[in-house]
Design a binder for this molecule. Structure first.
Ligand code: ADP
Ligand code: MG
Length: 454
């Protein structure tokens, strides 16, 4: 990959003069996959694979990406709840990766974590007041009436009432519990809050209230916030800057206003297109992210997003419609993965026929037509040379020679995206993205809304 070798600076904060509060460089967390009695390492889950970003004082930075992209691992390894495999994390000028246990303890008071499920961090037998006061007592504040005063003040600042101190966790709603979680974090007077999916378990109406509260608290306490969410709408509501993560890497980083109005990475564009809007007749751009995030134990070659990218670069020699090109590549990938079952395709055709017919009665032409349908590939590609390549590959396939089909498609329908790794490049002032389209100065693809036949 080589991306982690020379630490890329977080360009999107470059215009600032003050020093970052948190500075993450080449942060990497690999989980070994072991087998057998001797725990021999047979592979690695590359959960976080060399990321760089900064958080400035008083700033809210968001990390967004689909589930499984490595967001939580990034958070837990940057505060060393799990030891990073590689990288440095500087906080307030010091490299915390060298801290001993006592120094780590002090650091973790200054950086408080908030999780999706506040439930798990509360003792059900402790009242809310006791839960908030507990860290104060641990810190050596022995004066009980002073503790009570602080608790009441914190409860009010998070929008709860003094009387709530005597209630128990089970009596509170999810939103109220998250408010208590914030009060407890604030009792340590932290410099920074790291919130991992803090509103994902809440009703949409409550989510927005809690995010607004976080913004208020940030201003009144002068906090920095690192918020993690799979939901771009959440990030859009409260962040100054955004890092978009895909499969262990940051693929785009910039100010929220730039990233949301002028996204530079096809993954960001696809995530944005998938934000549901209030208008039920608005079907968005029709560009959908299909499939799941691939396994980080075996990430795709080249650009890690190439197996799903709607804007995959086309080979020079052909003129595909972009959405058709994507589907042809979906077929190619499935063939490479060995998951195209021609017999099953024939069976599928036969079930719609007379009971006396068998899969052997299905002609090659019918099988090829059905294959195209399965992948939503039109019966003609509209480019005669591309069409003849695909037709020949389908002939290989239905005549029982998938290896020839794979090879033909790999040779003819190759994309630089599968072989070259993009690096983070300045896209605009204050915004970086890693996409070969940017490196090759190719414009974003005009993606037309197309109606899928399936
Ligand atoms: P996110 O928070 O973005 O949903 P995670 O950081 O939880 O993603 O996970 C990133 C990847 O790392 C996932 O593929 C996940 O299965 C894997 N992973 C997380 N924790 C471990 C672990 N302890 N051992 C092995 N793999 C892990
Ligand atoms: Mg997570």
């Amino acid at each position: 990959m080589g991306k982690g070798v020379s630490p890329v600076s977080d360009q999107s904060g470059a215009a600032r003069t003050e020093a970052p509060l948190l500075s993450v460089r080449n942060l990497t967390k690999h989980y070994p996959i072991t087998t057998g009695l001797r725990s021999k390492e047979v592979g690695r889950v590359r959960a976080v694979d060399g990321i760089d970003f900064d958080v400035y004082p008083g700033e809210t930075v968001g990390i967004v990406g689909e589930s499984g992209c490595g967001k939580s691992t990034a958070a837990s390894s940057l505060i060393r709840l799990e030891e990073p495999t590689e990288g440095t994390v500087r906080f307030d000028g010091e490299d915390i990766t060298r801290y001993d246990q006592a120094e780590l303890k002090a650091f973790r008071r200054r950086v408080q974590m908030i999780f999706q499920d506040p439930e798990s961090s509360f003792d059900p037998r402790m009242s809310i007041g006791e839960a908030i006061a507990e860290p104060l007592a641990v810190q050596g504040l022995t004066d009980a009436s002073r503790r009570r005063e602080i608790v009441v003040d914190l409860l009010e600042r998070v929008g709860l009432a003094a009387g709530d101190a005597d209630r128990y966790p089970h009596e509170l709603s999810g939103g109220q519990k998250q408010r208590v979680g914030l009060a407890r974090a604030l009792s340590m007077n932290p410099d920074m809050i790291i919130a991992d999916e803090p509103v994902s378990a809440l009703d949409v109406s409550i989510q927005s209230e809690i995010l607004a509260l976080m913004t208020d608290l940030q201003e009144s306490f002068g906090l920095s916030i690192l918020i993690i969410s799979h939901n771009l709408a959440v990030i859009r509501q409260i962040c100054d800057r955004v890092a978009v993560m895909y499969l262990g890497e940051i693929v785009e980083l910039g100010t929220a206003s730039e990233v949301f109005t002028n996204p530079q990475h096809p993954y960001t564009r696809a995530l944005l297109a998938s934000i549901p809007t209030a208008d039920p007749t608005d079907r968005g751009t029709g560009i959908e992210l299909t499939g799941d995030v691939p396994s980080p134990s075996n990430p795709p070659t080249g650009c890690r997003f190439h197996t799903r990218c709607p804007e995959l670069i086309q080979p020079d020699d052909y003129a595909f419609e972009q959405s058709v090109w994507r589907r042809v590549m979906d077929l190619r990938q499935k063939l490479d993965g060995g998951t195209v079952d021609v017999d099953a395709i024939r069976e599928g055709v036969v079930t719609e026929r007379e009971p006396s017919e068998t899969p052997d009665d299905v002609s090659a032409t019918e099988t090829k037509a059905r294959l195209r349908d399965e992948f939503a590939i039109p019966q003609s590609l509209g480019d005669s040379r591309a069409e003849s390549v695909l037709e020949a590959a389908l002939d290989d396939l239905v005549s029982g020679n998938p290896a020839a089909a794979r090879e033909r498609l790999a040779t003819e329908f190759a994309t630089p995206c599968e072989s070259q790794s993009p690096t983070l490049e300045d896209a605009t002032a204050g915004q970086t993205a890693s996409c070969l389209r940017l490196e090759n100065e190719l414009p974003p693809t005009e993606l037309e809304q197309t109606v899928r036949s399936d």
